[in-house]
Design a protein around this ligand. Structure first.
Ligand code: SF4
Length: 330
């Protein structure tokens, strides 16, 4: 085993994640060392998180028309991308929660493409959460952008148990990707969420054009935040966005990132989020689940849960990774 991985082995023994220099060394490992890095990351996950995989469904309460300019996002209203502003009605929201629960998922995350919630969105959320609670037994999470202190309190009162707000990329690279708000504004929301007692879900996108050093910087910043969950996306370039021509991350770099982020965050739920199909394909999905990932998102917005959900659940069964039960998350 290489000296880098030899040093990383202490994560397995101590449960303390790699620092920025350690992450960078893993991200720079040659291809020949990648299988050993993934194997070590998998053992770290099994030791510090266990074999269970957390399954989550997401639904978009408000899609498109966002006033922000995140350069990767087709939901920004500032680009020529084809997504228009659409609101979901409450019965459809409840149906999506029901379909999500039917897969065995414990988490249902309500997302909205906004800078932060306005009164209309908060009203829809209140009604939606009440309707879901009356019909479906599932944890409700939310992702509604930047929050005020009063909104944080209201989400706590509504029983939202986890809040997603991604830092997206390293602090030093963020201004190249977003100009309508700052990394620090996002951090402020995360700090308030943390202090409120809600679980913090915070991740980002790998492959935005950041350097390897910035990828390591980002992992270290997440380590400092110590979120309950880190959704890891890989850029899927969207037509009409400023990153439309960005090249797709090579699968080996994506797998190196999975191993490195797991070694930085040994106890965190590390979730496959967007872009994995494009970046990794079927085989890569398996490699990631055997390389540190322990959570997946099933289905998609509102449509009937289709093949991808069944494929993921079949793969988990084949890998003998039990789906985390609701009772153990409450
Ligand atoms: S704030 Fe969210 S929805 Fe809006 S452009 Fe940025 S990533 Fe997209």
């Amino acid at each position: 085993m290489s000296a880098v991985l030899d040093a990383a082995r202490r994560v397995l023994e101590t449960g303390v994640g790699l620092d920025e220099a350690g992450v960078l060394a893993v991200l720079r490992l040659p291809d020949d060392d990648l299988p050993a890095a993934l194997d070590l990351a998998h053992r770290v996950r099994m030791r510090w998180c266990g074999p269970e995989v957390e399954v989550e469904g997401i639904v978009s309460l408000k899609t498109g028309g966002c006033p922000e300019d995140c350069h990767f996002c087709s939901q920004s209203g500032l680009f020529a991308s084809p997504v228009r502003a659409v609101w979901l009605d409450i019965p459809s929201l409840v149906e999506a929660a029901r379909q999500t629960a039917a897969t065995g998922a414990t988490e249902f995350c309500i997302v909205a493409a906004v800078r932060g919630p306005d009164e209309r969105l908060m009203r829809q959320l209140r009604e939606g959460v009440a309707a879901i609670r009356a019909a479906v037994d599932i944890n409700i999470a939310a992702s509604l952008g930047m929050l005020t202190a009063a909104q944080v309190d209201e989400l706590v009162d509504l029983g939202i148990h986890r809040y997603n707000h991604n830092l997206e990329t390293a602090r030093s690279y963020f201004p190249r990707v977003v100009t309508t708000h700052t990394w620090e504004e996002r951090w402020d929301t995360l700090r308030m969420v943390r202090e409120s007692g809600m679980e913090v879900c915070c991740g980002g996108i790998v492959g935005l054009g950041e350097s390897i050093e910035q990828r390591a910087e980002f992992a270290a910043q997440l380590r400092e935040l110590d979120p309950h969950e880190v959704p890891l996306n890989f850029l899927a370039p969207r037509p009409g966005t400023p990153l439309a021509e960005q090249s797709v991350l090579p699968a080996r770099d994506a797998l190196r990132a999975i191993a490195a982020f797991r070694l930085a965050l040994p106890r965190t739920i590390l979730r496959y989020a967007g872009g994995r199909e494009l970046t990794l394909g079927d085989l890569g999905t398996r490699d990631g689940l055997l390389g540190g990932v322990n959570a997946v998102i099933v289905g998609n917005y509102l449509t009937t849960l289709g093949r991808p959900a069944a494929e993921d659940l079949d793969l988990l069964a084949e890998l003998k990774m039990p789906v985390k039960a609701l009772s153990s998350t409450l």
